[in-house]
Design a binder for this molecule. Structure first.
Ligand SMILES: Nc1nc2c(ncn2[C@@H]2O[C@H](COP(=O)(O)OP(=O)(O)OP(=O)(O)O)[C@@H](O)[C@H]2O)c(=O)[nH]1
Ligand SMILES: Nc1nc2c(ncn2[C@@H]2O[C@H](COP(=O)(O)OP(=O)(O)OP(=O)(O)O)[C@@H](O)[C@H]2O)c(=O)[nH]1
Ligand SMILES: [Mg+2]
Ligand SMILES: [Mg+2]
Lengths: 278, 292
């Protein structure tokens, strides 16, 4: 964009390339470019060096959200359920959240409801140990819903502030596995009708257009309250979250920026928009 | 879907017309959009569409098919030629054991793929062996050991060691002693921009000289596929690619991006979480999937 002095077709092409390569998707990229063209006309912008700030403000506008605050409700305990496709960073993110809450003086309990994948329970136990929080677990292969039930029951009796339920990775295309998640929700509601108070969908920043379909289907089955976008410490931009916000109105609440326990940040629409040009 | 879209674009080009620059421009736009929506990289798509244009302009439209079908056929054939040949299985080394190293980004499916390949080669009469080279991820070693146990394949580890090169060297020596003839080295997920971790995997390559390095990539990867594939290839000159999680509904355009940018063959695909969910790569099936 800096190379061009005036705003012409080449500059618009360059904008399109930036947006598409950031995984915005064709439809969303075209929409944003139309908005920018409109503003260029209305605000009588002549210099192309003003375009980056136009783009940043257009993207920030879409992504800003009052409900994007990640925090605890007054519920005791506040129940967070972590869901998402395989390998997107759910278990690691739970470890990070656990430490954050404990540092805030909260009593945290983790529920090892991934009873399927090899060493999933052991992996969560290492994170619980690192965060210095407790974990409720059953034998590998046991019913995920019963682990969730026992976790919430234990939390209630121990006066826990926040329970975080880890679930097995699954593809949104697998109806049986989506049903399994619904069963976990149902079982939590037997103890607390408002649980889970937060259902976070984890998305890998390297995922392309399929992330929109993931969000659609997971939302359709489970009413998601927020997204966690992981692996933003790589070179992928995660631009698909703009299409997700526009279509489904699900806000990004947290981002993962590394594999260490403190590599968790609150989502900032401004910072995200700013990073598009890096 | 693409064929219908192209048919509607060409519906006024009747009978024995020729495909010319004018009537093909709209078709090329539709093709470009289809590829971008399938996650094919922006620049790879641009290059591809130009190749299609060169092949399509001046083509006679055969009586038996519509111009739209003709263009789809050109696109399909062009995709298949770029995606590479039908898989040739990993070739066994002349001197056992054959050493295969799995590399890739975090969470792409390396550990599971190592288990799948070990099981696959065991079913073909080989004696597989696995090395737990991920010393970072919590319970990564447990994970590989559990997979190994489920298929009765030995897993080598040095308890407490953080020296990945040493673990791999000792592991291969152990495999030889036990008469195992194919060894799979599982490595930690890493970012292509992490100098220290890319250096580690380069040092492992230098120390143990794998016969095959397989880049394991998530089938739903978007535009970033070119960056990661290019960098891993630059550091390691890998031999082949595995594309995972293709049991989902991602179109898999990353396959074309990776193939175009590295010119390396895609060898195996992951189509599920179980260890039997592995298939040989078929370029024609992938081409149809990408086109939607
Ligand atoms: N670089 C980077 N790696 C991450 C991040 N979050 C998670 N990872 C890594 O991604 C890999 C997968 O993380 P997990 O927490 O096991 O993902 P998961 O969603 O629980 O996986 P499944 O339970 O198998 O579906 C691990 O190697 C993590 O260290 C992140 O923000 N940045
Ligand atoms: N549905 C599906 N899931 C898969 C496939 N391959 C792997 N997985 C799942 O993806 C997740 C990540 O797989 P891993 O084998 O742990 O990935 P990895 O590359 O070793 O991860 P790191 O070691 O953390 O980098 C697990 O939940 C696997 O069960 C596949 O082909 N299909
Ligand atoms: Mg997990
Ligand atoms: Mg692994």
């Amino acid at each position: 964009i800096r190379r061009h002095v005036k705003i012409d077709d080449d500059m618009i092409d360059e904008l399109e390339e930036i947006l598409i390569q950031a995984d915005f998707g064709v439809g969303t990229s075209l929409k944003i470019i139309e908005n920018i063209k409109k503003r260029i006309k209305e605000e009588k912008i002549k210099e192309s060096n003003q375009v980056p700030s136009l783009l940043k403000s257009e993207v920030t506008k879409i992504l800003m959200s009052e409900e994007a605050r990640f925090g605890l409700s007054d519920a005791k305990p506040h129940v967070i359920m972590m869901i998402g496709v395989n390998g997107t960073g759910k278990t690691t993110t739970i470890g990070k959240m656990a430490l954050r809450f404990r540092k805030e003086g909260k009593k945290v309990l983790l529920g090892a409801s991934d009873t399927f994948r090899a060493a999933a329970i052991e992996q969560l136990e290492v994170w619980a140990d690192r965060a210095k929080v407790d974990v409720v677990r059953h034998a590998s292969g046991s019913d995920p819903a019963s682990v969730a039930f026992d976790s919430l029951k234990a939390a209630k009796s121990r006066g826990t502030d926040v329970v975080i339920i880890d679930t097995a990775g699954r593809l949104h295309t697998n109806i049986n596995l989506m049903q399994e998640l619904k069963k976990i929700r149902k079982v939590l509601k037997k103890i607390m009708p408002d649980a889970p108070h937060e259902t976070l969908l984890s998305l890998d920043a390297t995922t392309g257009q399929n992330a929109l379909q993931q969000a659609r289907i997971f939302k359709q089955h489970l009413d998601i309250t927020g997204l966690v976008v992981t692996k933003l410490d790589g070179t992928a931009k995660g631009g698909i979250i703009v299409a997700i916000k526009e279509e489904l109105n699900v806000p990004v609440k947290l981002i993962g920026v590394g594999e260490k326990i403190d590599d968790l940040r609150d989502f900032s629409a401004k910072e995200f928009a700013g990073a598009l040009f890096e | 879907e693409l064929t219908e879209k192209l048919n509607s674009i060409f519906k006024h080009l009747k009978g024995r017309g020729k495909l010319n620059k004018k009537n093909i421009e709209e078709a090329l736009k539709a093709i470009r959009r289809a590829l971008l929506e399938a996650d094919v990289n922006y620049r790879v798509t641009k290059k591809f569409v130009n190749q299609v244009k060169e092949r399509a302009v001046g083509q006679e439209v055969l009586k038996s098919i519509t111009p739209g079908q003709m263009v789809v056929k050109i696109v399909h054939d062009e995709l298949i030629s770029l995606l590479g040949q039908e898989t040739k299985d990993i070739k066994m080394a002349s001197q056992p054991p054959t050493i295969i190293m799995m590399v890739g980004l975090q969470g792409s499916g390396k550990t599971t793929m190592a288990g799948k390949l070990a099981r696959y080669f065991k079913s073909k009469g080989k004696l597989p062996f696995m090395i737990a080279g991920d010393v970072y991820r919590p319970a990564a070693i447990d994970q590989l050991q559990i997979l190994g146990k489920s298929i009765d394949v030995p897993v080598f580890t040095i308890s407490g060691s953080k020296n990945v090169v040493k673990i791999c060297q000792k592991g291969i020596a152990d495999a030889r002693r036990q008469g195992r003839n194919i060894v799979f080295i599982d490595t930690a997920g890493r970012l292509h921009i992490d100098e220290k971790m890319m250096d580690e995997v380069s040092r492992v390559k230098k120390a143990v000289n794998p016969h095959e390095i397989l880049f394991v990539a998530d089938g739903m990867t978007g535009q970033d596929a070119v960056n990661t594939a290019r960098e891993f290839n630059r550091h390691l000159e890998f031999d082949g690619v595995c594309l995972t999680k293709l049991d989902g509904d991602a179109r898999g355009g990353a396959a074309l991006s990776i193939a175009q940018v590295t010119k390396k063959p895609i060898k195996y695909i992951g189509v599920g979480e179980r260890l039997d969910a592995i298939e040989l790569f078929h370029p024609d099936r992938m081409a149809s999937r990408i086109l939607g």
